[in-house]
Design a protein around this ligand. Structure first.
Ligand SMILES: Cc1cc2nc3c(=O)[nH]c(=O)nc-3n(C[C@H](O)[C@H](O)[C@H](O)COP(=O)(O)O)c2cc1C
Length: 312
């Protein structure tokens, strides 16, 4: 059985990747998960400098999901390279570094620095960050913002470049196209959905930042639809995510068009989820006589189902 998938020039040994912000810098999980058994690890988003993030409370549980506004707390790129990367390398992890910026130059600088660091396998661009030079509009909510970040990073690195799209737009596929035209090797989607939760007794928002990002099974059907739309629009590989908690959820994304998938919130619920997901995928491949997981990508049979609806 061949579980390997290709994301640009990068080959992942299987399609399961730990989602950014939900697996620390990877090393924190080294005692519970064999890091080399994962297809990849997308580490917590990094800026150039260290960041404190938002004050608590920063997360709250919601029906079938969670809301978070961590505020991209992080140790900054230099400490990551000095303190985390050597262990990730020693443990033979496939390392996808999630980079964040508040200016175009910050993304470029991060890409340059990480391209020179041994042990980085790909760059995931978190473009759900405000562009402080454009009045704070999120890079990934503007087609030119998306195009500009991807093409600027593309010019300074040979690493695979994978922009991570925000779902907080009307037509996500046009953002995938902008990323492809700018030279992205793949697109990852989705980041979290803007959302909020209010305590009606105190009339206070339940997280300090008022608004946060919704993740978990609640968002999965929307994320699957977005992956499907992008698959119809671009040729580059897609990394799909949003609410994957079981093998069949991962398979849903793959059938909709994702070459690889990421798992975030579900790994908080069950840190031992990884071998279970892999076993479930292998079992499906056996039952459906699929020798290569890559052959399942985008195989959705989306013929009209009108006759099935009207027959009941
Ligand atoms: C606590 C938390 C922190 C996150 N931090 C990041 C981050 O630093 N960078 C990023 O691109 N996405 C971040 N995300 C988004 C996830 O990587 C993922 O896109 C999203 O949660 C949907 O997947 P899931 O439903 O499997 O969690 C974060 C999500 C959560 C829940």
């Amino acid at each position: 059985m061949d579980l390997s998938v290709r994301i640009g020039s990068l080959t992942l040994k299987n399609p399961l990747v730990a989602a950014s912000g939900c697996f620390g810098y990877g090393v924190e999980y080294a005692e519970v998960v064999d890091l080399s058994s994962l297809g990849g690890i997308a580490v917590k988003g990094l800026f150039l400098a260290e960041r404190e993030g938002h004050p608590a409370p920063r997360i709250v549980e919601t029906p079938a999901g969670m809301l978070n506004a961590i505020g991209l707390q992080g140790i900054g790129v230099h400490r990551f390279i000095d303190e985390k990367l050597p262990e990730l390398r020693a443990r033979k992890a496939t390392v996808i570094v999630n980079i964040c910026g508040t200016t175009l130059n910050e993304y470029v600088e991060l890409a340059r620095i990480l391209s020179d660091a041994e042990g980085v396998d790909a760059l995931e661009l978190n473009i759900s960050c405000p562009n402080i030079k454009e009045g704070g509009i999120t890079f990934g909510c503007s087609l030119t913002g998306t195009f500009d970040v991807v093409s600027a990073v593309r010019k300074v690195t040979r690493l695979p470049v994978v922009p991570k799209l925000t779902p907080n737009v009307t037509d996500v596929a046009s953002f995938a196209r902008a990323a492809e035209e700018a030279g992205a090797d793949a697109v990852a989607l989705v980041n979290t959905f803007l959302a909020m939760v209010i305590d009606v007794e105190t009339r206070r928002p339940k997280i300090s930042n008022v608004v946060g990002g919704l993740s978990g099974p609640a968002i999965r059907p929307i994320a699957v639809r977005m992956v499907y739309e992008c698959r119809q629009t671009v040729k580059i590989p897609i990394v799909g995510m949003g609410g994957i908690a079981e093998a069949r959820d991962a398979l849903e994304f793959i059938i909709a068009g994702a070459s690889a998938v990421q798992v975030g919130t579900a790994s908080f619920v069950d840190p031992f989820i990884w071998p279970k997901l892999l076993d479930g995928i292998r079992d499906y491949m056996r039952r459906h006589q699929i020798a290569r997981i890559a052959d399942l990508v985008g195989t959705i049979d989306a013929r009209a189902r009108d006759h099935e609806w009207t027959s009941s």
